[in-house]
Design a protein. Structure first.
Length: 228
């Protein structure tokens, strides 16, 4: 992704969140220079990978595959003294975008439609041995209600509602065309984006960045390069 594309996505997400009366922590609005000024205070933020996470999942097609994520809270799986024993994120997506198909081995997560249009979700059971999706029916909990769907069947999540994604449940989601942009919340077990994302289509969790302009703010995996 180009840095200009990342900057534009962050600006858009900030404006959209503000419109929906959703505010982020103070450091979400820091410039790179302000990050440098606070460098001695932010070691835990860096370790937990809190903050902005803009990705096209290595596809080069951010308009269709990708989103703007913001990690608000997190912990570290093998260090219970760091952070908290859960993770909370926001996922801000333009109509027409989706996340690539993937599953987790450790993480259980609630995906919550916080504001905007209708979230469109597709689910498949992934075989724990091969990692391949199966054609078996999918059983999920949606706000405490047990639901059963066919593999790959469209599931619609309107604002205020959610779906619980358990390990080995492959998923794709994004705003349904014609309903507008969406702000999702994610509440989950401690999240490790470096090790617990298993993609079943050719993608990568973090993009390569082409520095075509100065960064408005560092992404969550770039703190060492920008402020140390």
């Amino acid at each position: 992704m180009k840095r200009s594309e990342i900057n534009a996505a962050i600006r858009w997400a900030k404006a959209y969140l503000k419109k929906e009366n959703i505010r982020l922590p103070a450091y979400a609005y820091w410039t790179v220079e302000e990050w440098k000024e606070h460098a001695e205070e932010t070691e835990l933020i860096e370790r937990l990978m809190l903050g902005w996470d803009v990705t096209d999942f290595g596809t080069g097609d951010f308009g269709n595959i990708g989103g703007v994520l913001y990690t608000l809270r997190n912990g570290i799986q093998d260090d219970p003294t760091a952070g908290v024993p859960y993770c909370e994120k926001l996922i801000v997506m333009h109509e027409g975008q989706r996340l690539p198909r993937h599953y987790h081995v450790s993480k259980t997560e609630d995906i919550i439609n916080r504001a905007g249009g209708t979230l469109q979700v597709f689910l498949w059971n992934a075989d724990p041995v091969t990692g391949r999706e199966t054609d078996s029916d999918v059983t999920v909990w949606m706000d405490g209600i047990r639901r059963v769907f066919k593999a790959g069947e469209e599931i619609l999540v309107t604002p205020g509602n959610s779906v619980t994604l358990t390990p080995y449940l492959a998923h794709v989601f994004g705003p349904k065309l014609g309903t507008g942009d969406v702000i999702c919340g994610e509440v989950s077990k401690v999240n490790d984006d470096r090790t617990d994302n298993y993609f079943t289509e050719p993608t990568a969790r973090f993009p390569e960045v082409e520095e075509d302009e100065a960064a408005d703010a560092p992404l969550c995996g770039e703190y060492g390069r920008f402020i140390r």
